[in-house]
Ligand binder design. Sequence first.
Ligand code: SAM
Length: 227
Amino acid sequence: MLHVVIAEAEVELIPKSIARHPVIRREARRRRRRAEQMLLDSSLHHTAMRSLSEASRRGRPDIAHYTLLTLLESPLNRLGRLRCYLHTRNDEVVFIHPETRLPRACRRFRGLMEKLFAERRIESDNAVLLELKQMSLPQLVEQLSPERVVLLSEAERRLEVWELARELALAESACVIIGGFPHGDYRGDYPFAERVSIFPEPLAAWSVASEVVSHYRRCIAAGEAKP
Ligand SMILES: C[S@@+](CC[C@H](N)C(=O)[O-])C[C@H]1O[C@@H](n2cnc3c(N)ncnc32)[C@H](O)[C@@H]1O
């Protein structure tokens, strides 16, 4: 089994400190919501975000959205060999049922995340599709207890993605961590993970996710994997 964690994803509700900014209040009025129930989105709220720390990397639900679509719609997921998780900058983890069909429109994805933050779980036909828990990345990895943990980052020991996939497929279960932020390094230090780069240049998180799951599936097809 391959576990993929989108880590430190820039997905959060609008912080209280900017809830009364005119841009936010206008949107809250239009959507008939409380400001603190809406998702922070830099494409809509950049002027209001100027006073936030680390403003240049925050409010990026689009990265989590594209990466989750890539993972959930991948052939590896259809084969039942993938589990995905979304870990946020505020140490929440979204547990995602592999059969979850995410909305493709960004606006609808935002609405779904807002509902999840409000209700903590999204169910359909008696199955829990999404569940939000307060949990740090080390706690999540400990719970998954994979044989191998690899954290992907651009400036690390280079390993071709097909070599990495082969090593991961040979493990009973493996966990790959991909940053869900637009630039910069991970904010946390995760000594339990091997750090690997798969390309000499920075790539988008969804492109990295696509490379990993497709090469991992190729290893399974070639019989280079633990059943
Ligand atoms: C836009 S990047 C963030 C860039 C960041 N400077 C970094 O160190 O990777 C989002 C995530 O994609 C993955 N990523 C991007 N380029 C990569 C590369 N060349 N090798 C491995 N992972 C990469 C990493 O997990 C990264 O956190």
